[in-house]
Write a protein that binds this ligand. Structure first.
Ligand SMILES: C[S@@+](CC[C@H](N)C(=O)[O-])C[C@H]1O[C@@H](n2cnc3c(N)ncnc32)[C@H](O)[C@@H]1O
Length: 260
């Protein structure tokens, strides 16, 4: 086992992250050997579809940020939709981050948005959580802020206490997560009163309803197609306000706020 002093992730951020855990979810031994706090060990909450399994591949993690994500974004949002840089700007503006805030990036992948949140919050704390060891290995390698920590865990069972975060982001992941509405329950639960949420996911377009397109697309690709009002309605049903939706091609950006 590697010594904790050689960890690429600054230990104080991991300790601050552990302090946000529900007491019952605090691990007796913190496994941080790989630079992220591993809550899953041999467990794997990622689904069985090859499209979902792909997220565990080392090769994909290596090309994800520079090739896969920009190309995937273009395919999903179309040639006139926002590029990677614009997506980063949108995420920051939807989350309305201030210095010293606590931010959670759910299904953070290789930290491609997480790092920007860490820069935007200065003395705050930013936590990226993902189920994929390979994605997190890249995220840890690219960590460039002392206020940033990564956790390997399940989006459908977040370890944090209620109201732990001022802002929660979940980009390009709800459509891959096995039980997206459970993940949404968790996102809302860990959001503090007045906290903001930003989502990027798929959006059904065209003449056929999502109940027709989704089984076909999900069967082929593992990617769920959400009906146009499914996420906005889900947030409203969970008591969020100020819900805003921006549709771009086959994608939707949705932001909302928890009541103070
Ligand atoms: C397409 S990547 C998105 C990465 C980044 N948020 C972005 O916008 O580019 C989807 C991520 O969701 C993660 N994921 C899928 N199911 C998960 C679950 N149940 N819990 C945590 N992460 C999960 C995968 O490991 C993968 O890294």
């Amino acid at each position: 086992m590697r010594s904790t002093t050689t960890l690429p992730v600054p230990v104080p951020a991991v300790e601050q992250t552990l302090a946000l855990f529900e007491p019952a979810r605090r691990p007796p031994v913190a496994h941080v050997e790989e630079g992220y706090l591993d809550l899953l060990g041999e467990e794997d909450p990622t689904g069985a579809h090859p499209g979902q399994r792909l997220m565990l591949s080392s090769a994909l993690a290596l090309i994800y940020e520079r090739l896969w994500r920009p190309l995937g974004g273009r395919l999903l949002m179309g040639a006139t939709g926002p590029g990677v840089r614009e997506e980063r700007r949108l995420a920051l503006s939807m989350l309305e981050l201030s210095p010293n805030e606590r931010v959670l990036d759910v299904a953070c992948g290789p930290g491609n948005f997480t790092r920007g949140f860490a820069r935007a919050t200065g003395e705050g704390l930013v936590v990226g959580i993902d189920a994929s060891k390979t994605m997190l290995a890249v995220a840890v390698r690219k960590t460039d802020s002392a206020n940033l920590a990564y956790v390997r865990g399940d989006a459908c069972g977040l370890p944090f206490r209620d109201g732990s975060f001022d802002a929660v982001c979940c980009f390009a992941a709800l459509y891959l997560i096995q039980e997206p509405m459970r993940a949404l329950d968790e996102i809302v639960r860990v959001l503090a009163p007045g906290g903001r949420v930003a989502l990027l996911s798929s959006c059904n377009r065209g003449p056929l309803p999502a109940r027709v397109t989704n089984p076909v697309v999900q069967g082929l690709s593992g990617v769920r197609i959400f009906a146009r009002d499914e996420l906005t309605r889900a947030l409203r049903d969970r008591g969020l306000t100020g819900i805003d939706q921006r549709v771009a091609g086959l994608a939707q950006f949705v932001s909302a706020r928890k009541r103070s």
